[in-house]
Design a protein around this ligand. Structure first.
Ligand code: SF4
Ligand code: SF4
Length: 282
């Protein structure tokens, strides 16, 4: 079972909910893995403090030009939709950092002057955090192929247990890659006008893809009641509400798991997990 914890915007408490849900599931004796797919800014490791056992460099294919075979026709530069190739009078420049590895330029080159070479975009690390299996990706600075790294990290997902996926914020391509093939999405939000706006976008996204979902409201006692009213109107289940609490904020900023510090919140995560299970098995 794969559960994605997503949010239309950053800073809503997505990682807090993802790491603590994984912790709750592990404490209840189930085989669980936490995967941080927020590869541009992974921070689940700060809370779970894993022991890393495996580190893979993740690469993508980019074109390499053999100028001896090239006739300077410029077809590759014309073809590339990302302006990753410039055809000069006596040279072809490839801007690897702009390349999306579609492979098209290599296919259309009439002289067979292009072949593929590998370019590193980041690393994927795997290990354990107590009885939680752990994985995350770290994208290199300047690399743009976020979905490729997410795909790599997800390939090593637990097949015999529960996987909790920490999804990048927003509703763009990396999010789609991270929630692809999951059984359920928890959309984390906060009860503010910005929270509502981004929740509406995220709801549109998961409905379009057709994945069952519910909402978790963090800092539920700040802002106004419009998020709750929206969920009622749209018949969306609110699966979890976490109050604004100084102790939670302090422990978050110290990199502590809230369920370790505040076991009284166990019940809320138990309810969240039971509701997810119920909805998946409907
Ligand atoms: S592989 Fe695709 S994106 Fe990359 S340079 Fe060639 S055409 Fe452009
Ligand atoms: S398409 Fe091939 S032959 Fe034409 S400019 Fe590009 S690399 Fe050279």
């Amino acid at each position: 079972m794969k559960i994605a914890i997503a949010s239309g915007k950053g800073g809503t408490g997505k990682t807090t909910i993802a790491t603590n849900l994984a912790y709750y599931i592990a404490q209840s004796g189930e085989n669980v893995q936490y995967i941080d797919c927020d590869v541009e800014e992974p921070n689940g490791h700060i809370f779970l403090k894993p022991k890393i056992e495996e580190k893979d460099t993740v690469t993508v294919g980019v074109p390499d030009v053999d100028l001896k075979k090239c006739n300077m026709c410029g077809k590759c530069a014309e073809f590339c939709q990302y302006n990753a190739i410039a055809c000069l009078k006596n040279n072809i420049l490839v801007f690897e950092e702009l390349c999306h590895s579609c492979g098209g330029c290599m296919m259309i080159c009439p002289c067979g002057a292009m072949c593929e070479k590998q370019r590193a975009i980041g690393v994927a690390e795997f290990g354990v955090a107590g009885n939680i299996k752990f994985g995350h990706g770290k994208l290199n600075v300047g690399a743009i192929q976020t979905p490729a790294l997410i795909k790599y990290v997800k390939k090593k997902a637990n097949i015999n247990g529960v996987v909790v996926i920490d999804v990048p914020p927003g509703t763009s391509c990396p999010v789609i890659e991270a929630i692809k093939n999951v059984n359920f999405v928890v959309l984390v939000t906060e009860p503010t006008p910005f929270g509502l706006n981004d929740l509406e976008l995220a709801v549109g996204m998961v409905r379009t893809i057709g994945i069952p979902f519910g909402v978790a409201i963090n800092r539920c006692d700040i802002g106004d009641g419009r998020v709750v009213a929206y969920c009622k109107e749209e018949r969306i289940d609110i699966l979890l509400e976490i109050p604004h609490n100084r102790k939670i904020a302090e422990n978050y900023s110290n990199g502590n798991m809230i369920l370790q510090i505040m076991p009284e919140l166990n019940e809320k995560f138990e309810t969240l997990y039971n509701l997810i299970n119920r909805q998946i098995n409907v």
